[in-house]
Design a protein around this ligand. Structure first.
Ligand SMILES: *Cc1c(COP(=O)(O)O)cnc(C)c1O
Length: 377
């Protein structure tokens, strides 16, 4: 049996190697490394895939979030509502910009931000909500958009883990996550569902005015060459990464199906085990399984992690410390946030290997080992 990995990028690459080699050689032969034709082509192909008016590529997912928030014209001290149960980048950029992160609870079943928590956290200073489609599960966007509309708030979706996920709006229309709020942000970090071979990210929006501002901010606040109208930054996707992403974008739907197949295998194996809760499947959206994350009740999570490691099966805790308990946010008094569900989940979640190249033999070894541990304990 092939060694089991959390993410197997080597085997995935083998299948598309000839086209990857070709595009790398083409880019090298033109020496157009920045703002080349691959970037422009990728931008319009991603617009079409997502069904969104504007895609602005940038250097990574964290920059995407930062630039998105910079474009909203917020003032220091303005409050931004976000979950604590997420990757640190989501919350870090809020503080970096002098804004105040306000941490709210997530839903126990979906791991996504709880709309009730948002409602309770709104004050006169609240200006934006940053929902995170965690592990590839879409947030309750119908509810979030209606709260935002009622309270005149911006919505910036952190779509870094959910690119390609579909969501059914209350209008009946099905759209892609990341295109529902005012702005959507994504990451092309290698292990993401659409990953490049280095760092990359993108911002998308249907709003022409925001798109113009975002483009300027990502390029030193420049409106015309050497005319800088506002403070911006330098955040670009390079031509090589864009060429690689164009090839992988064509495979994305098949990659997502492979993830769903692995998830179904896991679901079935654990279906009759009351101590193991498998990821929630919603009628409203299609999960894209960036992670396959179990919630354990009455099983020692850390002992399972250790047991699997001894059998050469990797597993991960995403994330071992929620944002409100990070020292980074101590000056905001964040540790006083009352987030019992977040703390409860933090002690009980475990993510199993999830990628496009999982073979039945590997899945069988993983599920049999988990079940063996459950029986023994
Ligand atoms: C990966 C990730 C980011 C940041 O993306 P980078 O490209 O690593 O900067 C932001 N938010 C979430 C939820 C992520 O998973």
């Amino acid at each position: 049996m092939k060694k089991i990995q959390m993410v197997d990028l080597v085997s995935q690459l083998e299948k598309i190697k000839p086209s990857i080699d070709k595009v790398i050689n083409e880019v090298l032969s033109t020496a157009q490394f920045i703002n080349g034709p691959e970037v422009k082509a990728f931008q319009s192909e991603l617009q079409e895939y997502l069904g969104v008016k504007h895609v602005i590529p940038c250097a990574n997912g964290t920059d995407a979030l930062q630039i998105a928030l910079m474009s909203l014209g917020l003032k220091p001290g303005d409050e931004v509502i976000t979950p604590s149960f997420t990757y640190i980048a989501t919350t870090e950029v809020i503080a970096l910009l002098g804004l105040k992160p306000v941490f709210v609870e997530v839903d126990r079943d979906t791991f996504c931000i709880d709309p009730e928590g948002i409602k309770n956290a709104i004050t006169d200073k609240t200006k934006a909500i940053v929902p995170v489609h965690l592990y590839g599960q879409a947030c309750n966007m119908n509810e979030i958009m209606s709260i935002a509309k009622e309270n005149n708030l911006f919505v910036v979706e952190d779509n870094a883990q959910a690119i390609g996920s579909e969501y059914k709006m209350s209008s009946g229309e099905t759209v892609k996550t990341g295109t529902i709020g005012d702005i959507g942000c994504t990451s092309f970090f290698p292990s993401k569902n659409l990953g490049c071979f280095g760092d990359g990210g993108a911002i998308c929006t249907n709003n022409d005015e925001l798109a113009g501002k975002i483009r300027m901010i990502a390029n030193h606040g420049q409106s015309k060459r050497y005319h800088h109208d506002m403070v911006g930054c330098n955040s670009r996707l390079d031509n090589l990464q864009a060429g690689i992403l164009r090839i992988k974008l064509r495979e994305l739907d098949s990659y997502l199906n492979k993830r769903r197949e692995a998830a179904s295998y896991y679901d079935e194996a654990f279906a009759s085990i009351p101590e193991i809760k498998v990821p929630y499947r919603s009628d409203q959206s299609r999960h894209v399984f960036h992670q396959y994350t179990l919630t354990l009740e009455g099983i020692d999570r850390d002992a399972l992690h250790q047991f699997l490691a001894e059998k050469d099966i990797p597993s991960m805790i995403y994330y071992p410390i929620p944002a409100h308990r990070q020292k980074m946010f101590a000056s905001f008094g964040a540790e006083k946030s009352d987030l019992p569900v977040t703390d409860w989940l933090t002690e009980r979640v475990i993510s199993l290997p999830m990628h496009t190249e999982l073979e039945e033999e590997q899945l069988n070894h993983i599920t049999t080992s988990v079940l063996e541990f459950v029986k023994k304990n």
